[in-house]
Design a protein around this ligand. Structure first.
Ligand SMILES: *[C@@H]1O[C@H](CO)[C@@H](O)[C@H](O)[C@H]1NC(C)=O
Ligand SMILES: *[C@@H]1O[C@H](CO)[C@@H](O)[C@H](O)[C@H]1NC(C)=O
Ligand SMILES: *[C@@H]1O[C@H](CO)[C@@H](O)[C@H](O)[C@H]1NC(C)=O
Ligand SMILES: *[C@@H]1O[C@H](CO)[C@@H](O)[C@H](O)[C@H]1NC(C)=O
Length: 603
């Protein structure tokens, strides 16, 4: 099995040589060799390697083969490696060190009641770290030679003309798109498109009963609920990024029509023997398929289908594929464009400043553009530049080592990144929340601690004004849900099994795009997890609500401060915080604030 993966990588390396030039090809070969050496290490468990493309043999019309389910136990060997005294990350004690929380996290990962993805996240992180350490050492030896070439390892555009597989070297980010040109065979019964990452997304076009069926497979949950177009079921009115799940015209296809190909010619987007161009576009809430210029289907992201970890797209079945290409892929910023600008964007020194607020921004490896947009916008508030407010990105490792290398460079350049000793899965977010509490109490002493996301815009000035008149302890501030219940819809990103939360409602909690807690609560969270008094729960914002309720019951009465100017999605004037903002919108909001000195929206 490992042999075939290696062969696949080598083949891909050779294609690159033809496609671009020798230097890229050679660097791909070098990386391939590093890869082989890493993977061939004796004694290393390879529990998760089933997530690579070639092992899902989707040739012909067969279904994707389901790998054996295996529990992911937390491996001591991996933990030892991650927390060993590796010179790459323990030596530097300066403020740009991205491993300040990392080194304190071990006791919090060794729990028997760990979140389900913990074992996998740690195991993959150990592998990723080995790759990163070896790349860094190589770079040090070659003094910059690798860095020149590696920069192109996360290209903006990739394509494949002759192959049914397209590798996405650094994953996808919002606004990326994949374009297919092809002709369904005259006698085709169906064809499939698969996105392969931490799970699989299957896009199935069926001609025998004209329909498009989308579904996901994950190791933990197996196949989820199908989303079918034309739809006659419960998904009918669902909206993703303001688009319907199915095009209305396609939805009009009735059962009688679908047995008569001529009758549905105008309505079904794919026709046997007719060429088409289809584009899969990645939005904020899900992805969308356009065929010959018309929007056809949308599909919300699901748990374990993290778009940033999608590593390949594969086409199979009765389709003659003419070309497939991906564009607007995540590209690292040019960190050495101008030293003056770099200096302005660098995190200010914290020594000797009293910190009022620590803002932890949850981000993920290849969201380079989002982080740059925040550095150029609300991270330029005077309060941030003066060090009164500290902003840090909390990021897990990526499964792609080039992405990790770029992040490591970014951390050195801007000094505002803290790495997590696990790979970023939705299911591990509340471990990040614990890490943020550790950062705000053990590393940086902050009066208040805020959690936000890398697609949120925060008016730091307004926030500080509002905090001023409030107690400095036992406080939760944000958009609070006082009466909410668990989502029992399997496959949803927020799905909660009865075993995880048996009650029909949650205690009050503040929405994840932005909430603030006082330091005493953060301390309680850290202590509670060290002593195993607090339970882990995968929805980080609800988890915080659960922990705070415990604080309220056992320590001190909590003030729940609800503010409707924190917007969960979309923008409204006079906001304090808005969520789901693209980098372009984030920069636009900042520009408007500078010009009009009040918060107005951009769209
Ligand atoms: C990968 O999947 C195959 C079945 O497709 C299974 O036999 C094998 O044990 C799996 N490997 C690992 C490491 O889980
Ligand atoms: C790492 O080194 C420091 C001192 O350099 C030492 O205090 C610590 O115990 C070491 N940790 C491990 C895991 O070896
Ligand atoms: C296409 O749809 C028909 C009718 O629902 C079904 O029997 C068949 O298995 C489907 N083909 C594939 C490849 O999914
Ligand atoms: C917090 O504690 C007070 C009593 O001290 C109680 O009245 C209130 O309902 C509690 N709030 C929550 C959310 O548990």
């Amino acid at each position: 099995m490992m042999q075939s993966m290696t062969l696949f990588k080598l083949k891909f390396g050779l294609t690159s040589v033809r496609m671009r030039n020798w230097s890229v090809g050679i660097s791909v070969m070098i990386l391939t060799l590093i890869f082989i050496i890493l993977y061939e290490q004796p004694g290393h468990r390879l529990t998760n390697k089933n997530h690579t493309v070639d092992e899902f043999d989707v040739e012909g019309e067969s279904r994707v083969q389901e790998p054996a389910k295996k529990p992911h136990l937390i491996s001591l060997e991996d933990l030892d490696y991650l927390f060993s005294n590796n010179s790459v990350y323990y030596k530097e004690e300066d403020e740009t060190n991205g491993f300040l929380v990392w080194s304190l996290m071990r006791p919090f990962l060794e729990r028997l009641d760990a979140l389900p993805e913990t074992g996998q996240g740690i195991e993959e992180a150990a592998l990723a770290m080995k790759g990163l350490v070896s790349l860094i050492n190589k770079e040090k030896r070659a003094s910059g030679m690798v860095s020149m070439k590696a920069r192109r390892a996360c290209p903006d555009f990739v394509n494949a003309d002759l192959s049914n597989v397209l590798e996405l070297p650094c994953g996808l980010s919002e606004d990326s798109s994949i374009t297919f040109a092809g002709v369904p065979d005259e006698h085709s019964t169906s064809f499939q498109i698969h996105l392969v990452g931490s799970g699989i997304l299957r896009y199935d076009v069926n001609f025998s009963k004209p329909s498009i069926v989308q579904n996901t497979w994950t190791e933990k949950l197996g196949w989820g609920n199908e989303v079918r177009c034309p739809s006659h079921g419960s998904f009918k009115n669902q909206i993703v990024d303001e688009l319907p799940l199915c095009n209305e015209q396609t939805s009009r296809i009735t059962l009688e029509e679908s047995s008569n190909e001529d009758a549905m010619m105008d309505d079904f987007p794919f026709l046997r023997g007719n060429p088409f161009t289809a584009t899969l576009w990645f939005g904020l809430q899900g992805f969308h398929m356009t065929v010959n210029g018309r929007h056809e289907t949308s599909f919300p992201y699901r748990e374990k289908l993290e778009p940033w970890l999608v590593s390949a797209v594969k086409v199979s079945g009765g389709l003659k594929l003419l070309s497939v290409s991906a564009t607007r892929l995540p590209v690292p910023g040019e960190h050495h464009a101008s030293l003056a600008i770099e200096e302005k964007l660098k995190a200010p020194s914290l020594s000797g400043t009293r910190i009022t607020l620590l803002v932890g921004v949850f981000s993920t490896g290849n969201n380079f553009k989002r982080r740059m947009a925040l550095r150029r916008s609300w991270m330029q508030y005077e309060a941030v530049r003066s060090g009164k407010v500290a902003v840090r990105f909390l990021i897990g490792l990526h499964t792609n080592e080039q992405v990790n290398l770029e992040m490591w460079r970014e951390a050195k350049t801007y000094g505002d990144i803290q790495f997590m000793p696990f790979v970023d899965y939705y299911g591990l977010l509340s471990l990040k929340t614990v890490a943020l509490c550790i950062l705000g109490t053990k590393v940086i002493q902050a009066k208040y601690i805020m959690k936000t996301d890398d697609d949120a815009f925060v008016r730091i000035d307004e926030l500080l004004l509002n905090l001023k008149d409030n107690p400095s302890s036992a406080l939760l501030y944000g958009l609070i849900s006082f009466d909410s219940s668990p989502d029992r819809e399997q496959g949803s990103k927020w799905y909660i099994h009865k075993e995880e939360w048996p009650l029909d409602s949650y205690p009050p909690w503040a929405h994840g795009p932005g909430y603030i807690i006082s330091q005493d609560i953060a301390k309680f969270v850290v202590k509670g997890h060290r002593e195993r008094d607090l339970r882990l729960f995968k929805l980080e914002d609800v988890a915080m609500g659960i922990w705070i309720q415990q604080y309220n019951q056992t320590v001190k009465r909590v003030k729940y401060m609800n503010d409707k100017r924190f917007h969960n999605s979309g923008c409204k004037p006079n906001y304090i915080l808005v969520h789901y903002q693209t980098p372009r919108l984030v920069l636009c909001l900042w520009e408007k604030l500078q010009k009009e000195s009040q918060s107005v929206c951009c769209e």
